[in-house]
Design a protein around this ligand. Structure first.
Ligand code: GLY
Length: 453
């Protein structure tokens, strides 16, 4: 019987093959006329005309989109991303949940997790959701897990406030911002305060679990930098390198990009947040790759600038070496107690003192047009404020020199962990020196899997 079934399967496959020849390849994508850009004027004018006649006259007012803050709106993925404060305090990626924590007189805390009711008919589409029960308690360490229904949350909040006294603390930004419940609680309890600063003060110093996630997001990102360096060739489009980078992110389990990938070549290397990534790279160009994977809600942010032809010109090399040495001067100065503003002064002083013959006017700081550092964590520009460094903080150091008239834009950015002794460069897996970059690019051209760096 089994043999017969197999024979029938083979026969069926043969028959299908015979009836369905392999389809011919589609036209080569690059041969399609005009790439669809720019859209021809006549076509869009005709659309406006048709729209007005369909509307039957009157006035049509259509605003363009405004720029989005990629740090707070994940524009690349439409999948769910948890609120940072909720994730920080629960580690849960469940939607629509609430955490309620109240202080007890004995110094302990009472904690309740509210989870939305599970709806089997929706789970056909969404997959199983976490509902109240032992699993939720296991995942969060919160024993009191309740189902959200009716006024259950408001009743619990008001009861907790009556028992604990004091203020109701809400994180003013983030998931609560648009919640109608907030107004009701503010009306019922006069002392409502913003917990943002308190949580930011905690989040700026990473614990071991956070550091483990960050190490992973950063290594994924340095792997992507290496893959990109091996792949770059003259006449490739910037988006091809973006694809290599983001393929590497996902291949190693990143959840999403932490911000839109910047792959800016030639003139685009001097635009700080260029992320159109549409230009064809030419031999002799520099290309800035400012990229970051997000893993387990934690961002990386690593920038490398490399020559498209695989070898820096003497002029590019001179500017590159100054950016690199400036970065190293700042990294060498990292230690507990110093501030990020101090590091910025050290870097700018170093660059100014070593600018002779490198930049027009012998002052490269005129071409260093952005800040030196930002905090890194659950957001690429994470919370933290202007506090002195202590061990466990993670931030970027990213000097740059941008000379548009020469189409030279160079930025080098690494992710730095403050240690009791100084700094650990978490992103050291991505080559930084001219020699290491050129060796890795050469190995890509020679077909070697792992060269250089
Ligand atoms: N590296 C991207 C950013 O700082 O926004």
């Amino acid at each position: 019987m089994r043999v017969l079934s197999l024979c029938l399967l083979v026969l069926a496959a043969t028959t299908v093959d015979a009836q369905s020849p392999v389809p011919p390849p589609a036209a080569a994508i690059d041969d399609l006329p005009g790439f669809g850009r720019p859209v021809p004027v006549d076509a869009v004018r005709a659309r406006r005309q048709t729209a007005m006649s369909r509307l039957g006259g009157g006035v049509l007012l259509v605003p363009a989109a405004t720029i989005m803050d990629a740090g707070s709106v994940v524009i690349q993925d439409n999948d769910f991303r948890q609120d940072d404060s909720f994730f920080y305090l629960t580690g849960l990626e469940t939607e629509g949940a609430w955490l309620l924590v109240s202080a007890r007189a004995d110094g302990g805390i009472d904690e309740t997790l509210f989870l939305p009711r599970r709806v089997p008919s929706q789970e056909v589409w969404t997959g199983k959701r976490l509902g109240p029960g032992e699993r939720a308690a296991e995942l969060t360490g919160i024993a009191d897990v309740r189902e959200l229904h009716g006024d259950s949350l408001t009743a619990a909040v008001l009861s907790a406030l009556r028992n604990a006294g004091g203020a109701l603390h809400l994180v003013a930004r983030g998931a609560i911002a648009d919640r109608p419940e907030r107004t009701r609680w503010e009306a019922a309890w006069p002392d409502v305060r913003d917990a943002t600063a308190a949580l930011a003060g905690m989040r700026v110093v990473k614990d071991d679990v956070e550091l483990a996630a960050m190490r992973r997001s950063i290594v994924i990102t340095t792997e992507a930098q290496r893959a990109a360096m091996r792949a770059i060739r003259p006449d490739m489009a910037e988006y091809e390198i973006e694809a290599v980078i983001e393929y590497t992110f996902r291949r190693h389990g990143a959840d999403r990009v932490a911000f839109p990938s910047i792959v800016g070549s030639g003139p685009n290397s001097t635009t700080l947040h260029y992320d159109v990534n549409r230009r064809t790279m030419r031999a002799g160009d520099l290309v800035v790759m400012d990229i970051g994977a997000e893993y387990a809600q934690y961002a990386a942010d690593v920038t490398r600038t490399v020559p498209v032809s695989g070898v820096f010109t003497p002029r590019q090399r001179a500017v590159y070496e100054l950016v690199l040495a400036t970065q190293q001067a700042a990294i060498d100065a990292v230690r507990p107690g110093i501030t990020r503003a101090d590091l910025s002064r050290i870097a700018r002083r170093y660059m100014a003192e070593h600018s002779a013959g490198v930049c027009p006017g012998d002052d490269c700081t005129r071409y260093f047009i952005h800040g030196l550092t930002h905090w890194l964590g659950m957001r690429v520009h994470d919370v933290g404020g202007r506090v002195p460094l202590v061990p466990g903080m993670v931030f970027t150091i990213e000097p740059g020199i941008y000379i548009p008239e020469e189409e030279i834009g160079i930025r080098i950015e690494d992710d730095i962990l403050v240690t009791p002794e100084g700094a650990e460069v978490l992103s050291s897996g991505a080559p930084r020196s001219v020699e290491d970059i050129e060796a890795l690019m050469r190995s890509g051209r020679n077909g070697q899997e792992n060269g250089g760096g």
